[in-house]
Design a protein around this ligand. Sequence first.
Ligand SMILES: O=C(O)CCC(=O)C(=O)O
Length: 370
Amino acid sequence: MVLVLLHHLLLIFPFRLHNSMAGNDVHQKSDYASYDTFSFAIPLVESDSDDFPTTSFRQQVPKISDSVVQSFRSNGFIVCPNVITRAAVDALNDRLEEVLRGIYDRGQKPDKIPRILKGNKPQIPSADCNSSNTNEKTRKRGTSIGPLGFSGNLQNVKVLQIINIHKADSLFRKLETNGSLAKIVAQLAGWDAGARLAQDQVWAKPPGAPSLVFHRDSPYFMFEPSDVVTVWIALDDMDPDVGPLEYVIGSHKWGDGRVGSAQQFFHSNVKSLLKSAAEREGLEVDELEIVSMAGLKAGGLSIHHGKIWHGSGKNSSTTRPRRGLGLHFVPANVRFTKDAANSSLWKSYVTNFDDPSSVELSREDFPLSY
Ligand SMILES: O=C(O)CCC(=O)C(=O)O
């Protein structure tokens, strides 16, 4: 009884984090576990079968409880720790290095990729070679470049954004088209038709990389129905200093209005758009309730409503990369709106069509996984 009461109190008075850290200000650590969490696991690489012995994993995704659905709808997000194993995270980060170097095992380029890195990818130490051997091997290959091409220089470091890595790499594709994710998203959002992947985005911050401006996801998706739900997967431990993702609790319920353009994502004032959105709601930006994903380990994920305001701080670490992967899901039965023809993100799918809503979304580009 006491535990039930405590749980309800936490739901009603969630942990408050004022003067949150995205950008430059006070750096506090919030406890995302004060909010509802949901447990499930996705086996991805061969050794995962030791951790998740299962033949038919999809059936094992538990039905999400009403209280978790309620929490998603009232706060705008939920957190799911430990969904993929450390071995799978290492394999994904290894593949990310390959993609950044122009190696695509699915034979296709991502839709957006930063300037391709040169040189060998960093070596992941394996169980059978100790670290000095690894260093020796790395030296022989003639590279001193770390993950994401980090050379040790902390000046003018950029956030690396890749759009639709699933088109280029089979391991990312396997993760993103896993039925469990789409099934959970559809349950949370209440999409009877199921969910399809509209787009993925890798957000990779080498040490020293700047903040990402607070924004909403849904204005960038030119579909009808207009709902969007994002699954954000941590590919590194979200230590407080690496710039974890942050959510403004309940902001998915705010009204619409000016949202800014994708060019403003890297603006130095991370809360400029958020401030005007909050003011339209009669709120002061410093009084907003913000929760950080600080403390979430690599392989954990959060799921957020397409209208929640979110952003992330600078990677202040001088040595550790901070990698995250956002998967944007839409209802399975969406159609393009006419605005798709004017959007750099979507126009390639609708050129040659007078009416964008007549375009059939292909399973290759918009995988229907549930
Ligand atoms: O990783 C980040 O900091 C940004 C992620 C994001 O905006 C998203 O996945 O929607």
